[in-house]
Design a protein around this ligand. Structure first.
Ligand SMILES: Nc1ncnc2c1ncn2[C@@H]1O[C@H](COP(=O)(O)OP(=O)(O)OP(=O)(O)O)[C@@H](O)[C@H]1O
Length: 646
């Protein structure tokens, strides 16, 4: 069943609210190889002090010491910075809180390096994504369970994918892929993922991750995930977006593309796509200087598990949306040093204006916290307008000041440090939303336990069933075995009876009447048999002496060796040893004896005890048949040799 929840406005803010100061960290980048090696305008006193030593050429020669939450030395790794600065913000996100993290500093001071890093040594953004996905791994909602309504909220589709949402998702993913094919983007597969600490999550909720990527360039907002190409594959000029306020007074970029991502790599694909759209202009200071503020926002949708534990609660009032905005600010710089002109000068002016507005807003906020009641000019720049909620109402704000030890940049570095020190004096409210009371806390675990239990029960039942069936199955197997045995015996018996039938005289006689040509090998001194029954061999050739091999090899297929003898009672006994003539591979022939016929004449009046009964005679014959192997055939032959010349 599929249904759509009616458009729902975010719930009013209830829950715990705590005041948190803007947290400022300072990262000192290694001295660039191009600068005067060994000359540095910075001294660090771990863990939180940094001293600026202006060179003789500086505008102000006074030494200053600044204190921040933590100062990262040149040797600090990406992991150190992430764990100290961003991991608590990821925990915020998982707890339903909002956070904003800026990197701020002069051009080339390491802001992008700190925020994004490289594929081999990821910065804060990929590490945050890894930590999020690792933490929600067991509670990730089915794709398309939530659909952005483009008004800063989400619709719930409890059954997951619906056609429209799926289409949206496919278009969005394809757009990212298509661009990747056309350009030689960094290979995401080469990204090195470091072990990230899994953070605790409320596993009675299902989670989905969405990303947006916008830039503020010359004080206009652009959606970096907007389709670059139109229907005719022509490059579309970028469309400016407006910053709006939703019904709950939250600021958002209207109509921005919000992409559901199922993994860090998918989010990275979106990021690289967006990178293409960023205006990257070369300045005299940095070959890859970004001239716009870029904002990569991760939104986490939390929705309670439904009662069955196989989907989400369809009530949108129970849904929580938290966000972590990662802002890579454009470099603050002095135009006279960068020697910018024309468009670059305009860019620099806008960048400095928005940074100045940020500074002014923070200064006035600080004054208001100390009793003043001044209007904060958020609207003076898109940057402050968009993040008004964070400063004014809700969310933790953190900042990493990136500084370079290069002496030439000492004056600008001082401005950055002064601004950052002031920013720490501003406090913001951090709101922790109240999660819906599910009635049965630890619902997922309970359902998992029930499922596990039912699997165990099912397996036990299956085992018991098998156990019950064992005697039955054994009886069946035994019956089958005895049936097979019986059948085998029967076959053997009938074969045996067939054998006996073969020795039946009449039967053999009838076989003699076929197309076979018999070689009848008679004794030299034959007793006249006129009065005695004789075998009927219709096509035969009789010999008393085998002199020519051709007698056997040519034409004949049957061989019959005849003996005549007087038995112990003086009666005449004629024996016919019969066999098949089988050609051999050497061109000769061999005889395979397979039958013995005994014709005996005796007087019916003779009743002497030594006379064999017909039954005894038959038994003798059967025994002779049973011995019709090669060896025995040879024995027969040698036994009878004295009567023949072979
Ligand atoms: N901590 C660091 N360790 C190693 N290399 C660094 C570090 N910080 C910066 N870099 C290097 O310095 C160069 C400039 O850094 P980056 O592009 O991050 O500066 P930026 O402040 O973002 O500049 P812009 O304001 O122009 O965007 C890059 O080549 C980057 O790899």
């Amino acid at each position: 069943m599929k249904w759509r929840t009616r458009l729902h406005k975010p719930p009013s803010k209830e829950g715990l609210v705590a005041k948190e100061p803007v947290t400022v960290y300072c990262r000192v980048r290694p001295t660039p190889s191009s600068s005067n090696e060994g000359i540095s305008c910075i001294r660090i006193s771990p863990p939180s002090h940094v001293r600026l030593l202006p060179p003789p050429s500086a505008l102000s020669r006074k030494e200053y010491q600044y204190t921040f939450r933590k100062v990262f030395e040149e040797s600090a790794g990406q992991k150190d910075v992430f764990e100290e600065v961003a991991l608590p913000l990821v925990q915020n996100l998982l707890n339903g809180r909002n956070s904003l993290l800026f990197t701020y500093g002069v051009t080339g001071s390491g802001k992008t390096y700190t925020m994004t890093g490289t594929l081999r040594d990821g910065g804060i953004m990929p590490r945050c994504l890894d930590a999020i996905f690792d933490s929600i791994a067991s509670c990730q909602a089915k794709r398309c369970t939530f659909k952005p309504d483009r008004l800063n909220w989400f619709e719930i589709q409890p059954d997951g994918i619906d056609a429209e949402a799926d289409l949206y998702s496919r278009i969005a993913q394809n757009r990212v892929k298509r661009l990747e094919k056309k350009n030689s983007d960094p290979d995401i597969a080469q990204r090195v993922k470091e072990e990230v600490r899994q953070l605790p999550v409320n596993d009675d909720f299902n989670y989905a991750v969405f990303v947006t990527y916008v830039e503020i360039y010359n004080n206009s907002v652009f959606d970096l995930l907007d389709d670059i190409y139109d229907e005719n594959s022509r490059i579309r000029p970028p469309q400016t977006k407006i910053v709006r306020e939703d019904s709950n007074h939250n600021m958002f970029v209207h109509g921005v593309n919000e992409l559901e991502v199922g993994s860090t790599d998918e989010a990275f694909e979106a990021y690289f796509y967006g990178q293409k759209r960023r205006r990257i202009a070369q300045t005299a200071l940095n070959a890859e200087s970004s001239r716009s503020h870029s904002i990569f926002t991760i939104r986490l949708v939390h929705a309670p598990l439904n009662e069955q534990g196989d989907g989400v609660d369809p009530d949108p009032k129970h849904m929580i949306v938290s966000q972590l905005a990662l802002v890579d600010l454009a470099g603050s710089e002095r135009t006279n040093r960068t020697k910018n002109t024309g468009m670059r000068l305009k860019e620099a002016g806008n960048i400095n204006n928005s940074l100045l507005t940020l500074r002014v807003c923070l200064e006035l906020l600080r004054e208001n916290q100390n009793g003043a009641n001044k209007i904060i000019p958020y609207r003076d720049s898109r940057l402050t307008h968009l993040f008004r909620n964070f400063f004014d109402g809700d969310g933790q704000v953190s900042m990493i000041i990136c500084i370079s030890p290069v002496v030439e940049e000492c004056d600008e570095t001082m401005q950055v440090l002064k601004f950052a020190e002031m920013a720490q004096e501003v406090s913001t409210s951090v709101h922790t939303p109240i999660r819906v009371n599910l009635g049965t806390p630890k619902r997922r675990k309970a359902i998992q336990l029930i499922l596990k239990d039912s699997i165990i029960n099912r397996k036990t039942r299956e085992l018991e069933k098998v156990k019950d069936e064992i005697p039955n199955k054994m009886a069946q197997a035994q019956q089958k075995l005895s049936q097979e045995h019986e059948k085998k015996l029967k076959t053997e018996r009938s074969a045996w009876e067939m054998g006996i039938a073969v020795s039946n005289k009449r039967h053999r006689r009838s076989r003699s009447a076929g197309n076979d040509v018999w070689l009848e090998h008679r004794p030299v001194h034959e007793v006249p048999l006129n009065t005695i029954m004789q075998p009927n061999l219709p096509k035969r050739k009789s010999v008393t002496k085998l002199t020519d091999a051709k007698d056997v090899t040519e034409k004949t297929s049957k061989y019959c060796l005849m003996t005549q003898n007087a038995d112990s009672d003086g009666d005449l006994e004629t024996r016919l040893y019969k066999g098949d003539v089988i050609p051999t591979s050497g061109g000769g022939a061999q005889v395979m004896f397979n039958d013995v016929e005994v014709l005996r004449q005796y007087s019916p009046s003779d009743t002497s005890p030594s006379r064999k009964t017909p039954r005894q005679i038959r038994e003798d014959l059967e025994a002779a048949c049973a011995q019709s192997s090669d060896a025995n055939q040879r024995k027969f032959l040698s036994r009878e040799r004295r009567y023949y010349e072979v």
